[in-house]
Design a protein around this ligand. Structure first.
Ligand SMILES: Cc1cc2nc3c(=O)[nH]c(=O)nc-3n(C[C@H](O)[C@H](O)[C@H](O)COP(=O)(O)OP(=O)(O)OC[C@H]3O[C@@H](n4cnc5c(N)ncnc54)[C@H](O)[C@@H]3O)c2cc1C
Length: 311
């Protein structure tokens, strides 16, 4: 069995930042990634809010992070999915689709995935008018017509945010009332360029090269209509990739996010979590990087126990 000081699960922004700090601290560090390196950073068409880069394609930023990480001496194994974890003892065991590894400390940086609606056109136009992240892609729709789908806090917050940028925003919810907080709903109703479409379900997204229409179904009147739009923001929830960690005894909150303290520690000694998989309230590249850094330095302290390390 291969032995490592630190194993990181996931090569997104959090995992790659953790890798850089782990290796530079002298830890023998392995990152296991089920797909290609980059995580959701690579899914972002354009990133305009990561310090140092006024505007960079997500794939480009992810490539730079991975190259930097490899240069520090981290071993990254792509297309190797972690399938089970044994985290209870002092030595942690990580089983993948190819091998079994042992590590002194683990960082879980496995991210989350946005829930999709599964309607025709959604996959086809992802990144070409279909988005799952208002903060990230909202500015691309300045002066345009946007449709937001969902009825919870994230849908209403997204609609409020985009209403500051877009010429008109429609928010479609399949029920007759929002699940979102009252204050948010009140603020939304006060926006002159926002229209709420109750009892409305998105059935299809149409376009040429980019989105130009949404097919909507009113589940009360049973009517189907076509709406001309430039963008569709799907906000029907996120799901953290925390199932393996939870099965191994890591504490998660009611939504499945890994519960961490300010030092990225989980409830199990030697096990840390960073990025979108955690219950940290902000989910951005910058916050994932910061959490990854903290997790790696904590893992270093846990493994090497320098004189200044506090348990
Ligand atoms: C379309 C889009 C646009 C965005 N735009 C921006 C933006 O402009 N600015 C910004 O700051 N943020 C943006 N974000 C958010 C940002 O991308 C994320 O907050 C950040 O990348 C999260 O990084 P992470 O490392 O925590 O998770 P991820 O990037 O999701 O990385 C997790 C990695 O873990 C891997 N993994 C999961 N399970 C396993 C397993 N069992 N075994 C091995 N590997 C596993 C996954 O394959 C993935 O590569 C955007 C997100 C999306 C989806």
């Amino acid at each position: 069995m291969e032995k490592w000081d630190l194993i990181i699960i996931g090569a997104g922004a959090a995992g790659l930042a953790a890798g850089i700090y782990g290796a530079r601290s002298g830890l023998k560090t392995l990152i296991l990634e089920e797909k290609m390196v980059g995580g959701t950073t690579a899914d972002a068409p354009i990133i305009e809010n990561y310090p140092g880069f006024e505007s960079i394609r997500g794939t480009e930023l992810a490539k730079k992070m991975a190259a930097h990480c490899r240069k520090t001496g981290v071993t990254i194994r792509e297309f190797e999915k972690v399938v089970s974890l044994d985290l209870k003892g002092e030595k942690k065991t990580v089983k993948t689709s190819r091998a079994t590894y042992e590590a002194k400390a683990i960082i879980i940086a496995s991210g989350s995935h946005y829930r999709e609606l599964g309607v025709p056109g959604e996959k086809e136009f992802r990144g070409r008018g279909v988005s799952y992240c208002g903060i990230c892609d909202g500015p691309l729709f300045k002066g345009k017509r946007v449709l937001v789908i969902g009825g919870g806090n994230s849908a209403v917050i997204t609609a409020l945010y985009i209403a500051e940028l877009a010429s008109e925003v429609k928010i479609a919810h399949r029920r007759e009332a929002f699940r979102a907080e009252e204050a948010l709903v009140k603020a939304l109703k006060e926006k002159s360029n926002v229209e709420i479409l109750w009892n409305t379900e998105l059935k299809e997204i149409k376009g040429e090269k980019i989105v130009n229409k949404a097919v909507l179904y009113n589940n009360k009147t049973k009517e189907t209509t076509e709406l001309s739009v430039d963008g569709v923001f799907v906000q029907v929830g996120e799901k953290p990739n925390s199932q393996l960690a939870e099965e191994a005894g890591v504490k998660v909150d009611e939504k499945g996010y890994i519960v961490i303290d300010i030092r990225q520690r989980t409830n199990i000694a030697g096990v840390y979590a960073a990025g979108d998989v955690t219950n940290h309230p902000v989910k951005q590249v910058g916050t994932a990087v910061g959490q990854g850094i903290t997790a790696a330095l904590e893992a270093y302290g846990y493994i090497r126990r320098p004189y200044y390390y506090k348990q």
